[in-house]
Write a protein that binds this ligand. Structure first.
Ligand code: PMP
Length: 407
């Protein structure tokens, strides 16, 4: 393995050269979206300059090349998450669409009044609302696994919620608000003992951890391209073939069919039956480049770097007067949520912006989690492979400034 040189890596992200309010940009909102390396930007540009055509239809060279580029990304995703076969990889526009697809095509037809869908207190709205929609349509109910005050799953309560009427467990792999890494392997195995299929929301996991869907035995695994150094509008739903094969598409259109008459439609084979319409071809090609990019660095090295920075930042933030870290699970990815006595999260963010430090303030699309923790909002700094100690030092200096201004 080559040495992990964060300054060399930073130079591959053109946006990090920007200055904000006269200061170097310290980009610490990576849980919202990550920046893109030149390799990904160039790859998308190259696609549009040289290869652009629609996929799966043209019987001419350019379309065949576009199809090959798009389908090569599918192979890369398959290998990246260690799926058994490429037909188990469905391209969608993001985690949100992946979860909606499973809710509508898998869960909804199964659900009867009194059935249950199980999620945790730490879910993003995109892993709550799609289930509520289909619960309202079917008479099923949403059940919620409680968490401890530090933001860890209550495993005993989880066990008690695995009832015979539970039809689905849908769980975040890493909390976007707290950074908690949930013990999904163990939870999947326990759900399976009760015959309950499991969807894992991997939006915040895939940029930081090595994911092996076969080792996890996940039935579905969803993630977004834009959080893993790829373009916006790209995402992946992995599903086990035997489950995907039983599902009916919930969106109809071009490309997802094999035969259409006015009376009847035969659907296309996997994975195309779930990819109605012209996909985000350039985006998917860019996502393939992003996966190449992080694999060349190595997720193990990225994880080590981020863990070291997380430890550095946790210690530095803990020393700031009137600051309280929210979410201190023992197993955490590089996300730091906090509140301060002196100022509201939005004011913290505004002061930090004056120093070129970009963080997120608010409920982070986890309003039920906020109410469980008894806070209206938090400030959140989230790490990526290109963050360095200087970014954390700028954050810490900005937080001292918050205390100076507001106290
Ligand atoms: N789940 C989690 C844990 C997330 O952090 C996010 C994005 N903030 C999503 C789901 C939704 O992802 P997207 O907006 O890319 O569909």
């Amino acid at each position: 393995n080559s040495r992990f040189d964060v300054n060399d890596l930073r130079s591959q992200f053109p946006i990090l050269e920007r200055r904000i309010q006269g200061h170097p940009l310290a980009y610490l909102d990576n849980a919202a979206t990550s920046q893109k390396p030149r390799a990904v930007i160039d790859c998308i540009q190259r696609y549009y300059l040289h290869t652009n055509a629609n996929v799966h239809r043209g019987v001419y060279q350019l379309s065949e090349e576009a199809t090959r580029a798009y389908e090569t990304s599918r192979d890369k995703v398959q290998q990246f998450i260690n799926a058994r076969e490429r037909a188990e990889i469905i391209f969608v526009k993001g985690t949100t669409e992946a979860i909606n697809l499973v809710a509508h095509s898998y869960a909804k037809p199964l659900l009867r009044p009194g059935d249950e869908i199980l999620i945790s207190t730490m879910e993003h709205h995109s892993n709550i609302v799609p289930w509520q929609i289909i619960c309202n349509q079917t008479g099923a109910q949403l059940r919620v696994i409680p968490i401890s005050d530090v933001g860890e799953i209550d495993m005993q309560a989880f066990g008690a919620l695995l009832s015979p009427t539970c039809r689905m467990l849908s769980l975040t792999h890493v909390s976007n608000t707290l950074g908690t890494i949930t013990p999904i392997k163990q939870m999947i195995s326990r759900a399976h003992q009760h015959g309950i299929p499991v969807l894992i929301d991997g939006a915040q996991a895939v940029p930081h951890l090595t994911v092996d869907v076969q080792a996890l035995d996940a039935d579905f695994y969803a993630f977004s391209g834009h959080k893993v150094y790829g373009p916006t509008g790209t995402g992946v739903l992995y599903g086990k073939r035997e489950i995907l094969e039983q599902m009916q598409p919930y969106q109809g259109g071009g490309d997802m069919i094999s035969q259409v008459t006015f009376e009847h439609t035969e659907y296309n084979e996997l994975p195309y039956r779930f990819e109605a319409g012209t996909p985000n071809i350039a985006g998917v090609v860019g996502l393939g480049c992003a996966l190449d990019y992080i694999q060349a660095i190595g997720l193990a090295q990225i994880g080590r770097h981020e863990q070291a920075l997380l430890a550095y930042a946790s210690e530095a933030l803990s020393a700031i007067e009137g600051l309280r870290l929210i979410g201190t699970a023992s197993d955490k990815a590089g996300i730091l949520s906090f509140v301060m006595d002196a100022a509201h999260a939005h004011d913290i963010s505004t002061v930090l912006d004056q120093a070129g430090v970009a963080i997120r303030a608010g409920h982070h699309c986890t309003m039920p989690l906020m109410s469980r923790l008894g806070v209206a909002a938090t400030a959140r700094a989230s790490l990526a492979l290109y963050n360095n100690q200087a970014d954390i030092d700028a954050l810490v200096a900005g937080l001292h400034e918050v205390n100076r201004i507001f106290k």
